[in-house]
Design a protein around this ligand. Sequence first.
Ligand code: NCD
Length: 324
Amino acid sequence: MRTTIPKHIIRSQDFTPDMIFDLIKLAEVLRVNETTNEGRKFLGTLLSGRRLFADFYEPSTRTRFSFETAALFLGMTKVTTESAGIFSSASKGETLEDSIHALCMYHPDVIVLRHIEDGAAERAALASVNGVHVVNAGDGTGQHPTQALLDVYTIWRELGRLENFTILMGGDLLHGRTVHSLAYLLSRYRDVKMIFMSHPGYQMKQDILDHLDERGIEYEIVTNGEIPIERADVVYWTRDQTERHGSSVHDNHPKLIITPSLMRSAKETMVLMHPLPRVYEIDPRVDSDPRAAYFRQVENGLFMRMAILFSLLGDMDRIPHLRE
Ligand code: NCD
């Protein structure tokens, strides 16, 4: 039996490994269809007549493009706004609840929301009416569950497994929402060890560490010294989230940078990931290393977001070989 994903996609804790694996299988089928003209035409029929609204209050390149592209490739129509905080009625003092309620009256099927405040997606889901789905495309320093789903898809494709590996997550782990959602999602799998490297004061959020303790997940916190790259099967490197705390983490600390010389200490099979945007924390000379997976990760985001939209809105009978 196929699983059903949550009606609103708000937090990664709501996803089980079975749901994730169904999404991965679906993403793989959609990817194959994308390689032929006939397949592309078929994709374009899957969600025709359905509507996506992208309501973005914060800057975005990949998340917005990939959701909009995913919608178009599946035949959806879309209405989008970026800088909603400036150009929408929010600038006049309208609450998020009223804005979402109002958008629902224009008959979308799904609203993809990126917002500056933690918890905004959950509030939007509560305010949504007429059966409209809400997808969290990043809420402040909270979560970014669809990024974590594409990250897990990338680990599956690159490493070939979702258990029994060590992941080294680095950067501004306090304010970075991608690492929050990824830690929650990976806590579902067996024998995943997590090493969190950040400067003091930018460590992984306590509620996530508590969650890992509850689930008996082994983790380690590193706040100084060399980057322990040699221990990792997956490295997930992230940027300093300067816009969230107004200063640079590196004003008082050395920068944590993945360089070609550091890559020489890493395992041959190591997978280097980054949600992007990158600022300086991965030297561009590393891009040509076959272990650098971050641009493949971007492409995986397109197929995972197509899989998410289709799982929310589509008819699984249209993809018969996915049925058991
Ligand atoms: C991330 C985000 O917006 O949280 N970007 C993304 O969606 N790929 C990461 C970041 O901004 O650092």
